[in-house]
Write a protein that binds this ligand. Structure first.
Ligand code: FAS
Ligand code: PHB
Length: 396
């Protein structure tokens, strides 16, 4: 097989990139380790920055999102069970964000790939990247095993969109990579239930721990609570989850939460992680392959979209006019936005969670910061700018 770009991974980053490249007449082959069913079974993000919405519209996969997604003017923050305030991204910046589940985006991206006959090869094992380091006579190609047969795809570029546990980042020599990591001392229990949602995406800081009320539709809600790292889904039967979730919200919001049987539960650890650079020769990293953020800022999926936007624009510039300037600038430009979102996610995680090791001073400082955010339009505008999504940088 031969193509222009091999994309490793058919998560949101991989399929958004293949769709974007297609709009520029650039061929790609997508290699995915799992089955399509497994990829579509994953329940993850829900909040789309305005820039992500723009990317999905630009690549022609926004029709269902525009029909079923819900635009929001801002997010509500509940504090210590008594107070709530609304951070109005629309009033502050004229920008909204959209609530539309990553699973739905994945379905829409697969459907678009099928419509255009995009090769998305699932069940690819032992994916190995070769010849991407730009050495003399380097010929980038990817080998893999599928249905017991060894196969090879020759290409000009490789896009590593294979997530945190993928092969791409680890294919960059250790001596070249600089990695930054912060692991948080707690996880999130996520619960999906067919119940009416609260009117706003609502984050709660409470002495019992963090909680979040989000949703996927007017009849499907998504909730999260902070749990100790060692907790498993089995530790949280519905009869324990619902009273704990409600205990972390002010009484009026707790009373508005409708209980019902959970249809999905998962526990995820929280970490901040960035691997630099996001390019090595003909290999470019996008999405979770290069960075991970705690979901507190709803940035993971949105960063995948911004990496794809920048890399797609750079590859279009190369194939359109043999201009490599955007390819050469990709890593630095993508990382500016990555670090901005990493900081925001770290800030919100520190602001809204209860840390076991916090001193009385740390706890007091957290409460003073919440009080400042509640009372300062400038502080809220700064958070709104980040939460709704910074504009993409223009190409030079
Ligand atoms: P993904 O991990 O989604 O996709 C990578 C793909 O590559 C996968 O399909 C994988 O099977 C494949 N792959 C891996 N290794 C491979 C190999 N060697 N060969 C071929 N294919 C390979 N983000 C938010 O914004 N909000 C949230 O609430 C949120 N919740 C999350 C909950 C969980 C449990 C997790 C794990 C993540 C969550 N995220 C959230 C982050 C998540 O949405 C990611 O940011 C998003 O999936 C990133 O997309 P990709 O970069 O495409 O990576
Ligand atoms: C979600 O809807 O799943 C969601 C919303 C906001 C977050 C994280 C997840 O910060």
């Amino acid at each position: 097989m031969k193509t222009q770009v091999v994309i490793v991974g058919s998560g949101p980053a991989g399929l958004m990139l293949s769709q974007l490249l297609h709009t520029h007449g650039i061929d790609s082959v997508v290699l995915e380790r799992q089955t399509r069913e497994h990829v579509l079974s994953r329940i993850r993000a829900g909040v789309l920055e305005s820039t992500t919405v723009d990317v999905l519209r630009q690549i022609g996969v926004a029709e269902r999102m525009d029909r079923e997604g819900h635009a929001h003017d801002g997010v509500r923050i509940a504090w210590a069970g008594r107070d709530t305030f609304f951070v109005d991204t629309h009033k502050a910046l004229g920008r909204r964000f959209v609530v539309y589940g990553q699973t739905s985006i994945q379905e829409d991206l697969y459907a678009a790939a099928d419509r255009r006959g995009q090769p998305v090869l699932d069940r690819c094992e032992d994916v190995v990247l070769h010849g991407f380091d730009g050495g003399p006579g380097a010929r980038p190609h990817v080998t893999f095993v599928r249905d017991g047969r060894s196969q090879r795809v020759d290409c000009e570029f490789i896009a590593g969109c294979d997530g945190f546990h993928g092969v791409s980042r680890r294919s960059i020599p250790e001596g070249v990579r600089r990695e930054y990591e912060k692991v948080y001392p707690f996880g999130w229990l996520g619960v999906m239930a067919r119940v009416r949602p609260l009117p706003d995406v609502t984050y709660a800081n409470h002495p019992r721990g963090f909680a979040l009320a989000s949703y996927r539709s007017q009849v499907l809600s998504r909730f999260y609570i902070q749990v100790p790292l060692e907790h498993k889904v089995e530790d949280w039967p519905d009869e324990r989850f619902w009273p704990e979730l409600k205990a972390r919200f002010p009484a009026d919001l707790a009373a508005a939460i409708t209980e019902g049987p959970s249809i999905e539960k998962s526990v995820a650890p929280l970490r901040s992680f960035v691997s630099e650079p996001m390019r090595h020769g003909a290999l470019f990293l996008c999405g979770d392959a290069a960075h991970i953020v705690p979901p507190t800022g709803a940035k993971g999926l949105n960063l995948a979209a911004s990496d794809v936007f920048y890399l797609g624009r750079a590859l279009a510039r190369w194939y359109g006019r043999r201009d490599a300037s955007q390819l050469d600038g990709y890593s630095a430009m993508a990382l500016r936005r990555v670090w901005s979102s990493v900081r925001t996610s770290w800030y919100l995680t520190n602001l809204l969670h209860r840390f076991p090791h916090f001193s009385e001073f740390d706890q007091k400082a957290q409460e003073v910061e919440l009080d400042y955010l509640k009372s300062s339009a400038y502080a809220q505008a700064a958070l709104a700018e980040q939460y709704a999504g910074l504009p993409f940088e223009a190409a030079d």
